[in-house]
Design a protein. Structure first.
Length: 276
């Protein structure tokens, strides 16, 4: 149900974006003109934890592609938009409370996340004059992504056992146990916010081939501007291996601190394409 709702939202957003571009195209053509393009965008993405809710333990490589629309209002300045489809994610570790027939315990979780977004960017693009068939440019702006898929795989191992009051009774964590733990698929749809506002900055070059056709190479950094998680219960920790405690006066003991996962993802994109 969650994924089908997101897919319907994706279709509405895509149709609205295409409609807006079709409306703008004839008006921009009467000005300085416009450029259209297609790009492939492999990326390296990483998690950026907040509030000691988890820690990033590696980068992940993903893939994306997009349609580019540059509205030229002078020979060297343009407003860029389009539609991008990309995957991103991260490799993280956190602590969470769980229970079985023997009682409550804390588990350490290694999670590989993968989200798919459909993004509409809006950037300001500054270009040089042509230098030996090449035009160099810089761009900055914002994007709004719609999450259409969110999933992951995780490995878990016991970190500590808890007593009847919720305090730690014994630490049993062994980091090497992750090597033999079984990976299981998990849905992240209910734990991922629907929209992802982002900051976009980049540098690139266009190499003219013939007429207005050019090869494009660019490097961009795309980072989320707000927490991307919701309803994701974890325990506060240092480096996901040392619990943070809070003293409970009523129970007269220190207890682990439950919080919501806080963080976002950023990615370095390598963009290859053609402009027309």
């Amino acid at each position: 149900m969650e994924q089908s709702t997101r897919f319907r939202n994706f279709l509405r957003t895509l149709l609205a974006s295409v409609g807006a571009l079709l409306f703008l195209t004839p008006n921009l053509a009467r000005g300085q003109g416009y450029h259209l393009g297609l790009q492939l965008k492999p990326n390296f993405s990483m998690a950026e934890p907040r509030e000691l809710s988890h820690t990033g333990i590696g980068t992940e490589s993903h893939f994306g592609y997009g349609f580019v629309f540059d509205a030229m209002f002078t020979d060297t300045y343009a407003i860029g938009t389009g539609v991008n489809v990309f995957y991103n994610g991260g490799f993280t570790q956190h602590l969470a409370q769980n229970e079985d027939q023997n009682g409550a315990y804390i588990e350490a979780v290694q999670l590989r996340q993968q989200q798919q977004y459909v993004e509409v960017p809006l950037t300001f693009k500054m270009r040089t004059n042509e230098i030996g068939y090449a035009t160099y440019f810089g761009q900055f702006g914002v994007g709004l992504g719609l999450n259409v898929r969110s999933e992951g795989s995780q490995k878990t191992t016991r970190f500590a056992t808890l007593d009847s009051l919720g305090g730690v009774s014994e630490f049993v964590f062994d980091a090497s146990s992750f090597e033999t733990a079984t990976s299981e698929q998990v849905s992240m749809a209910a734990r991922t916010r629907l929209f992802r506002p982002s900051l976009i900055v980049g540098l690139g070059v266009e190499r003219r081939l013939t007429g207005t056709t050019a090869l494009v190479f660019a490097v961009r950094y795309n980072v989320g501007l707000r927490n991307q998680y919701e309803e994701f219960n974890v325990l506060q920790s240092q480096a996901a291996e040392e619990l943070v405690y809070q003293y409970d006066a009523a129970l007269e003991q220190e207890l682990p601190v439950p919080i919501q996962m806080q963080g976002k993802t950023g990615q370095i994109e390598l963009c290859f394409g053609l402009m027309f």
